[in-house]
Design a protein around this ligand. Structure first.
Ligand SMILES: [Zn+2]
Ligand SMILES: [Zn+2]
Ligand SMILES: [Zn+2]
Ligand SMILES: [Zn+2]
Length: 302
């Protein structure tokens, strides 16, 4: 592109105009470039185009090729950068006046720039724009933009996310149900153990007052049953431990009988007692509060 239109500069002195005007396009330098022969400065594009047709300097006609061009002194580019210029989109109504170095960054977000980024979706608003020929659309390259289309795309994305979320909710509901079931099972077992401790504590309260509801064993065995039951009740916290202990106490080698029958024990709440028919091989049924203990002799395994 040739230089910047000199009419767009604000407060430009005659001296600045003389110093920064390109001898080829007669506008203010864009990417100033110096020729070595006479140290004149031109826009990079202006002098490059010139040298594409001829190998002489446009000022003094001395020999010149593109590789001899060099950048101007820093002072020159700094002064140039501070010149004040109207926005690219002054014709579209922008009245901003900026330092030349801020021109392009302003233009990208200028409200009068038809190619600015959409503030809603970040896409560029138009594909190309002829109204401000000085304005080069910056990278990334333009995307044809129409907010309705982008809303449709957004809508599709959201619908996809929504169905994803629905699937996840369904999964979570299933997990919650599993957890609830487990909690109910847990509570049920909790109630059961509460019940056991209630039965055992009533048994301990009544430890000195056993009732004998049935007895067909010898007085020695009856005394043993009562004493060992007391010991078990005071020592153990579950029916299993109590029955295991009592069966062991009665099935010692010295108490074995010739019939091959063994002693068995039942420990349970008096309220859930299933009716067991006493055998005449020996049976004693005891109550300690709410605890029932039955010790009886029967064939090997029950
Ligand atoms: Zn020029
Ligand atoms: Zn020259
Ligand atoms: Zn502007
Ligand atoms: Zn948009």
């Amino acid at each position: 592109m040739p230089g910047y239109d000199i009419r767009r500069f604000v407060g430009l002195s005659q001296r600045e105009a003389d110093e920064f005007t390109c001898g080829i396009c007669l506008q203010i330098f864009r990417e100033p470039t110096v020729v070595p022969c006479c140290r004149h400065t031109y826009c990079r594009e202006c002098i490059s185009r010139w040298l594409a047709n001829t190998n002489t300097c446009p000022n003094d006609r001395r020999g010149l090729i593109a590789s001899q061009l060099y950048d101007p002194q820093r002072l020159v580019t700094n002064l140039l950068a501070k010149l004040h210029i109207q926005c690219h989109f002054y014709a579209q109504g922008c009245d901003a006046v900026l330092e030349l170095q801020c021109l392009d960054s302003h233009a990208d977000s200028c409200p009068c720039n038809p190619c600015r980024q959409c503030p809603d979706c970040g896409l560029r608003m138009a594909e190309r724009m002829d109204a401000a020929p000085d304005y080069e659309i910056p990278v990334p390259p333009l995307v044809s933009h129409n907010c309705v289309n982008s809303l449709k795309r957004l809508n599709e994305t959201l619908a996809e996310e929504m169905s994803q979320l629905k699937r996840e909710i369904l999964k979570l509901k299933t997990e919650i149900k599993t957890l609830k079931d487990r909690r109910n099972e847990f509570n049920a077992s909790d109630t059961l153990s509460d019940h056991i401790s209630e039965v055992l504590s009533s048994a301990r309260n009544r430890i000195c007052y056993p009732e004998i509801t049935y007895c067909s064993v010898s007085s020695t065995q009856r005394l043993k049953a009562i004493n060992k039951s007391k010991e078990a009740i005071l020592t153990y916290d579950s029916y299993e431990q109590i029955t295991h202990f009592l069966s062991q106490q009665f099935n010692t080698s010295s108490s074995g009988d010739t019939t091959g029958h063994k002693w068995h024990t039942i420990a349970q709440s008096v309220h859930c007692g299933e009716a067991l028919i006493a055998t005449e091989n020996g049976w004693i049924d005891l109550r300690f509060g709410q605890l029932r203990i039955a010790i009886f002799r029967a064939a090997g395994a029950l």
